[in-house]
Ligand binder design. Sequence first.
Ligand code: GRF
Length: 188
Amino acid sequence: MSKTLAVLASGRGSNFQAILREIEAGKLDAEIRLLLSDRAEAPALEMAREHGIDARALPYDRQDRSLFEQAAAQAIEESGCQWIVLAGFMRILTPEFIERFPGRILNIHPSLLPAFKGLKPQQQALDAGVKFSGCTVHLVIPDLDAGPILEQAVVPVYDADDEESLSARILEQEHRLYAEAIRNLPDS
Ligand code: GRF
Protein backbone atom coordinates (compact mmCIF):
# COMPACT_ATOMS: atom_id res chain seq x y z
CA MET A 1 0.00 0.00 0.00
CA SER A 2 1.28 3.46 -0.93
CA LYS A 3 2.35 5.70 1.93
CA THR A 4 0.50 9.00 1.89
CA LEU A 5 2.54 12.09 2.73
CA ALA A 6 1.87 15.71 3.60
CA VAL A 7 5.06 17.79 3.27
CA LEU A 8 5.77 21.02 5.17
CA ALA A 9 8.50 23.18 3.63
CA SER A 10 9.68 26.78 4.07
CA GLY A 11 12.27 27.24 1.37
CA ARG A 12 14.02 25.84 -1.69
CA GLY A 13 12.59 22.37 -1.13
CA SER A 14 15.46 20.22 -2.36
CA ASN A 15 14.57 17.45 0.09
CA PHE A 16 10.96 17.57 -1.09
CA GLN A 17 12.22 17.38 -4.68
CA ALA A 18 14.45 14.40 -3.90
CA ILE A 19 11.51 12.50 -2.37
CA LEU A 20 9.32 13.38 -5.35
CA ARG A 21 11.99 12.11 -7.77
CA GLU A 22 12.20 8.78 -5.98
CA ILE A 23 8.41 8.43 -6.17
CA GLU A 24 8.28 9.39 -9.85
CA ALA A 25 11.13 6.97 -10.63
CA GLY A 26 9.06 4.19 -9.06
CA LYS A 27 11.63 3.64 -6.30
CA LEU A 28 9.44 4.79 -3.43
CA ASP A 29 5.87 3.59 -3.07
CA ALA A 30 4.39 6.81 -1.73
CA GLU A 31 2.11 9.65 -2.74
CA ILE A 32 2.60 13.31 -1.77
CA ARG A 33 -0.95 14.59 -1.45
CA LEU A 34 -0.26 17.96 0.06
CA LEU A 35 2.49 20.53 0.34
CA LEU A 36 2.07 23.27 2.92
CA SER A 37 4.34 26.26 3.44
CA ASP A 38 4.54 29.13 5.90
CA ARG A 39 6.08 31.28 3.13
CA ALA A 40 4.12 32.19 -0.01
CA GLU A 41 7.39 32.70 -1.94
CA ALA A 42 8.82 29.24 -1.11
CA PRO A 43 10.08 27.63 -4.35
CA ALA A 44 8.75 24.30 -3.06
CA LEU A 45 5.17 25.53 -3.68
CA GLU A 46 5.74 26.14 -7.38
CA MET A 47 7.57 22.86 -7.76
CA ALA A 48 4.70 20.99 -6.12
CA ARG A 49 2.10 22.66 -8.35
CA GLU A 50 4.09 21.71 -11.45
CA HIS A 51 3.73 18.10 -10.32
CA GLY A 52 -0.01 18.39 -9.72
CA ILE A 53 0.28 18.38 -5.94
CA ASP A 54 -2.18 20.40 -3.85
CA ALA A 55 0.20 23.15 -2.62
CA ARG A 56 -0.89 25.86 -0.22
CA ALA A 57 0.78 28.79 1.52
CA LEU A 58 -0.81 29.33 4.91
CA PRO A 59 -0.40 32.63 6.78
CA TYR A 60 2.06 32.39 9.67
CA ASP A 61 1.81 34.69 12.67
CA ARG A 62 4.68 34.38 15.19
CA GLN A 63 2.44 35.82 17.92
CA ASP A 64 -0.24 33.21 17.33
CA ARG A 65 1.14 30.01 15.87
CA SER A 66 -2.21 28.31 16.32
CA LEU A 67 -3.59 30.11 13.25
CA PHE A 68 -1.11 28.35 10.95
CA GLU A 69 -1.27 25.10 12.87
CA GLN A 70 -5.07 24.90 12.92
CA ALA A 71 -5.22 25.42 9.17
CA ALA A 72 -2.37 22.96 8.57
CA ALA A 73 -3.87 20.29 10.83
CA GLN A 74 -7.25 20.63 9.15
CA ALA A 75 -5.75 20.36 5.65
CA ILE A 76 -3.70 17.32 6.67
CA GLU A 77 -6.67 15.58 8.28
CA GLU A 78 -8.87 16.29 5.24
CA SER A 79 -6.18 14.90 2.93
CA GLY A 80 -6.17 11.65 4.90
CA CYS A 81 -2.34 11.60 4.88
CA GLN A 82 -0.72 9.08 7.11
CA TRP A 83 2.65 10.83 7.48
CA ILE A 84 3.77 14.45 7.87
CA VAL A 85 7.21 15.10 6.43
CA LEU A 86 9.08 18.24 7.53
CA ALA A 87 11.44 19.14 4.69
CA GLY A 88 13.30 22.33 5.51
CA PHE A 89 10.34 23.59 7.54
CA MET A 90 11.91 26.37 9.57
CA ARG A 91 9.26 26.84 12.26
CA ILE A 92 8.99 25.14 15.61
CA LEU A 93 5.70 23.27 15.96
CA THR A 94 3.79 23.55 19.23
CA PRO A 95 3.29 20.49 21.46
CA GLU A 96 -0.46 20.75 20.71
CA PHE A 97 0.16 20.23 16.98
CA ILE A 98 2.71 17.45 17.52
CA GLU A 99 0.43 15.60 19.93
CA ARG A 100 -2.39 15.72 17.40
CA PHE A 101 -0.26 13.47 15.13
CA PRO A 102 1.68 11.29 17.57
CA GLY A 103 4.51 9.30 15.98
CA ARG A 104 3.48 10.46 12.51
CA ILE A 105 5.72 13.52 11.98
CA LEU A 106 9.21 13.09 10.47
CA ASN A 107 12.04 15.61 10.32
CA ILE A 108 15.50 15.67 8.79
CA HIS A 109 18.30 17.47 10.59
CA PRO A 110 21.76 18.07 9.14
CA SER A 111 23.82 16.65 12.02
CA LEU A 112 24.31 13.35 13.77
CA LEU A 113 21.76 13.84 16.54
CA PRO A 114 21.87 14.13 19.49
CA ALA A 115 24.88 16.30 18.59
CA PHE A 116 24.29 19.84 17.33
CA LYS A 117 20.57 20.39 17.77
CA GLY A 118 18.90 23.62 16.69
CA LEU A 119 20.14 26.25 14.27
CA LYS A 120 23.27 26.10 12.07
CA PRO A 121 24.26 22.54 12.97
CA GLN A 122 26.88 22.41 10.21
CA GLN A 123 28.66 25.45 11.69
CA GLN A 124 28.29 23.95 15.17
CA ALA A 125 30.05 20.81 13.89
CA LEU A 126 32.89 22.88 12.41
CA ASP A 127 33.25 24.88 15.62
CA ALA A 128 33.45 21.67 17.65
CA GLY A 129 36.20 20.29 15.40
CA VAL A 130 34.50 16.93 14.81
CA LYS A 131 35.92 14.71 12.07
CA PHE A 132 32.57 13.27 11.05
CA SER A 133 29.11 14.72 10.83
CA GLY A 134 26.02 13.81 8.82
CA CYS A 135 22.27 13.87 8.93
CA THR A 136 19.46 12.28 10.89
CA VAL A 137 15.85 11.45 10.11
CA HIS A 138 13.83 11.29 13.31
CA LEU A 139 10.28 11.31 14.60
CA VAL A 140 9.18 14.66 15.98
CA ILE A 141 8.34 15.07 19.66
CA PRO A 142 7.77 18.34 21.53
CA ASP A 143 11.48 18.57 22.55
CA LEU A 144 13.45 20.08 19.67
CA ASP A 145 15.44 17.62 17.51
CA ALA A 146 15.09 14.96 20.21
CA GLY A 147 12.63 12.35 18.90
CA PRO A 148 13.40 8.69 18.13
CA ILE A 149 16.07 8.33 15.46
CA LEU A 150 15.00 6.44 12.32
CA GLU A 151 18.03 6.72 10.01
CA GLN A 152 21.44 8.39 9.97
CA ALA A 153 24.16 8.95 7.39
CA VAL A 154 27.75 9.92 8.13
CA VAL A 155 30.00 12.24 6.12
CA PRO A 156 33.63 13.21 6.76
CA VAL A 157 34.52 16.73 7.84
CA TYR A 158 37.73 18.03 6.22
CA ASP A 159 40.10 20.68 7.56
CA ALA A 160 39.42 22.84 4.53
CA ASP A 161 35.63 22.75 5.01
CA ASP A 162 33.54 25.81 5.57
CA GLU A 163 29.82 25.87 6.36
CA GLU A 164 28.91 25.84 2.68
CA SER A 165 31.07 22.90 1.64
CA LEU A 166 30.07 20.80 4.65
CA SER A 167 26.37 21.65 4.15
CA ALA A 168 26.58 20.56 0.49
CA ARG A 169 28.20 17.23 1.41
CA ILE A 170 25.55 16.58 4.05
CA LEU A 171 22.69 17.67 1.76
CA GLU A 172 23.67 15.06 -0.81
CA GLN A 173 23.17 12.41 1.88
CA GLU A 174 19.93 14.01 3.09
CA HIS A 175 18.44 13.53 -0.37
CA ARG A 176 19.19 9.81 -0.27
CA LEU A 177 18.37 9.28 3.40
CA TYR A 178 14.92 10.88 3.55
CA ALA A 179 13.49 8.62 0.83
CA GLU A 180 15.13 5.63 2.52
CA ALA A 181 13.54 6.51 5.86
CA ILE A 182 10.10 6.85 4.26
CA ARG A 183 10.55 3.53 2.47
CA ASN A 184 11.29 1.87 5.82
CA LEU A 185 8.26 3.29 7.64
CA PRO A 186 5.60 0.80 8.66
CA ASP A 187 2.57 0.64 6.38
CA SER A 188 0.00 1.60 8.98
C1 GRF B 1 18.17 20.92 4.98
O1 GRF B 1 19.54 20.95 5.25
C2 GRF B 1 17.42 20.34 6.16
O2 GRF B 1 18.11 19.33 6.81
C3 GRF B 1 17.31 21.54 7.06
O3 GRF B 1 17.06 22.63 6.20
C4 GRF B 1 17.60 22.34 4.91
C5 GRF B 1 16.44 22.44 3.94
O4 GRF B 1 16.81 22.26 2.62
N1 GRF B 1 16.30 21.33 8.06
P1 GRF B 1 15.72 22.08 1.48
O5 GRF B 1 14.69 23.20 1.63
O6 GRF B 1 15.10 20.73 1.61
O7 GRF B 1 16.49 22.24 0.21
